[in-house]
Design a protein around this ligand. Structure first.
Ligand SMILES: [Zn+2]
Length: 306
């Protein structure tokens, strides 16, 4: 998914989640000539009805009103209500849903959207630079539009995907696997090993907190159990949030992974998706606040999947 409208989703030139993230990705994507090797598809706006598959109407109304005014925060103080952020957040969501459509209609096996994977937003609030949770909306959309029930969500962003985790905590058909920096040392402070799901869904969620400074070697060793976990679940569709902020050198996190881990996870999930999900794999860029890491992680993942 590529189109400059995606760069509009940001919180200011000098904010960590600035517009340069998109441009950095695109520059490297074109430098490697990947634009000539994949089907390019333009961004699309989500409708309010699509937002409401996951979010409460009350929150959608609030986000729209604050965005029109262009002042205040959409949460407790992390996610500023920049003027027009509602529309640009709808671009993020619409583009993720278009990627789902392309995969489900058989136009491609895997799809990648760079400005996507806004995993912190909850059903009734923004959180951590995430206005609308395109991951959660995609899950609900797959179920409603395509009757795809058993879905695996894998997240290797440095931050725990709390907005997805707690929204589907008691959902037996959502397999959740999340590698992240230990919540005792990083926002949002969740995703502990004993959080395995609620009620009947106990055992469908796998949180893997990594101590600060963890390397590829440590993460790869833990991947085996994640793969077995997903394999047992036999998902009909796989989502990957491959945040680049888990790479060494990110300014706001403390993990020491390299893009080799991101490529490795992409290749393993590609195998699993071929085995169980008809090859259906949707990859979302996620976080990442060091531009060189964004260039490496996201483009290595795409290259690996090609
Ligand atoms: Zn992150």
């Amino acid at each position: 998914m590529l189109g400059d409208k995606l760069s509009n989703y940001h919180f200011g030139e000098d904010h960590p989640f600035g517009p340069k993230r998109y441009w950095a990705f695109k520059e490297e994507f074109e430098l490697r000539s990947l634009n000539k090797k994949v089907l390019l598809s333009a961004p699309q706006q989500a409708t309010e009805k699509q937002l409401a598959l996951f979010h409460t109407q009350e929150y959608i109304n609030k986000a729209k009103a604050l965005s029109d005014k262009g002042e205040g925060y959409l949460d407790c103080g992390d996610t500023p209500a920049i003027k027009g952020i509602y529309e640009s957040a709808c671009t993020v969501v619409g583009t993720t849903l278009k990627a789902v459509d392309l995969i489900m209609k058989g136009d491609c096996h895997f799809a990648f959207s760079p400005i996507a994977g806004l995993h912190h937003a909850t059903r009734n609030s923004a959180a951590g630079f995430c206005v609308f949770n395109d991951c959660g909306i995609a899950i609900e959309y797959l179920r409603k539009e395509y009757k795809i029930q058993r879905i695996a969500y894998v997240d290797i962003d440095a931050h725990h995907g709390d907005g997805v985790f707690y929204s589907f905590e008691n959902d037996t058909d959502l397999c959740f696997v999340d590698f992240h920096q230990d919540g005792a040392t990083l926002y949002p402070g969740t995703g502990f090993i004993n959080e395995t799901g609620k009620d009947n869904a106990v055992g469908t969620k796998l949180n893997i907190p990594l101590p600060p400074n963890s390397t590829d070697k440590i993460a790869k060793a833990l991947w085996q159990s994640a793969e077995e976990f997903i394999e047992k679940f036999k998902p009909e569709f796989i989502l990957l949030q491959c945040g680049a902020d888990s790479l060494a050198g990110d300014p706001i996190t403390q993990l020491n992974l390299t893009s080799t881990f991101h490529s490795y996870v992409a290749s393993r999930l590609s195998l699993l998706s071929n085995k169980y999900s008809n090859g259906r794999l949707l990859v979302m860029g996620g976080g990442g606040y060091n531009l060189d890491n964004i260039k490496a992680a996201w483009n290595d993942v795409i290259e690996q999947l090609i």
